[in-house]
Design a binder for this molecule. Structure first.
Ligand code: GUN
Length: 281
């Protein structure tokens, strides 16, 4: 068993990105800019947004966090997005999810200019992802791909099983794996026999948010296991995989924390810099 170390890889990626921003500044006078919209006061979201802003700072990306109270009208948020769409110093716009219950994410996500959609959640970019075209791939699944590729995992031909079918993780994860040549099962809340699917997987990717959902009897010997789940149990951060029991069966496995989490932020920075490089100046 070997660890897929996202903490180490993300630090290397951030160092490379810092050099890229330095180069962009010197050669083209560009400082990549990211706007983060936070609606309401969800504690976890506030923490994630702070982490994103700090990471931007570390690699030379300008960031602005736009906090909006929960009781605003939808149109007020749309007006803010439109203003950001027109700001030439902002290359990326991100709406922190989840949103308060009365706001439909899709109504806002569709307002983001497609060339500034660094989360890759606009249906236009989602469609490009599923057709195998160049786009902004959502940061968490993109981070998983980088983590696997950097460790020399050959994805072509693998039987992959993705557990969880969210728009943020499961669906784009399945698209990226399919694009890379894997045969992909997508399991979700209506899947009748989850273990029947997970046991067949050479590559098992789990993003549900339910601690210990995956036990050792559900994992094939020698499988590669990627755990995207995050739960807080008794003050401890836990993934979806019962790590201690499952790890000895695997060829590769991600720890939680220190696996996929740090990769997500690194990919957000990478997508923002990718957008900045396309500035027409
Ligand atoms: N909430 C959980 N993950 C994400 C993400 O990747 N992007 C955004 N915007 N919100 C999230």
């Amino acid at each position: 068993m070997r660890l897929l170390d996202g903490k180490k890889l993300s630090a290397q990626i951030k160092e490379d990105l810092r050099k890229e921003t330095q180069n962009l500044k010197e050669t083209r006078g560009i400082i990549p800019g990211l706007a983060v919209i936070l609606v309401g006061s969800d504690a976890a979201s506030e923490l994630y947004v702070q982490m994103k802003a700090k990471a931007c700072d570390e690699v030379g990306v300008y960031s602005v966090v736009h906090k909006m109270p929960e009781n605003l009208k939808l149109q007020d948020i749309i007006d803010t997005i439109k203003m950001m769409n027109g700001n030439p110093f902002l290359d990326g716009i991100l709406i922190q999810l989840p949103l308060p219950k009365h706001i439909y994410a899709s109504e806002l996500l569709e307002q983001i200019a497609i060339e500034k959609d660094v989360d890759g959640f606009h249906p236009h970019n989602f469609g490009r992802l599923f057709t195998g075209l160049d786009t902004f791939a959502p940061c968490t699944p993109l981070g998983v791909m980088r983590l696997l590729e950097s460790n020399g995992v050959e994805i072509k031909g693998l039987n992959a099983c993705v557990v969880g079918a969210s728009n943020i993780v499961g669906r784009p994860m399945a698209a990226l794996l399919l694009n890379a040549g894997a045969t992909v099962d997508i399991c979700h809340i209506f899947t009748r026999d989850l273990a029947e699917h997970t046991k067949r997987a050479d590559l098992l990717v789990v993003g549900v948010g339910k601690a210990d959902l995956i036990s050792e009897d559900m994992v094939k010997e020698g499988a590669i296991v990627v755990d995207i789940g995050i739960s807080r149990i008794d003050g401890k951060t836990r993934g979806d995989v019962a790590f201690d029991k499952v790890a000895p069966k695997t060829s590769w496995i991600t720890p939680v924390p220190g696996g996929v989490g740090p990769m997500t932020i690194a990919m957000l920075l990478a997508n923002t810099i990718k957008a900045a490089k396309k500035r027409k100046i």
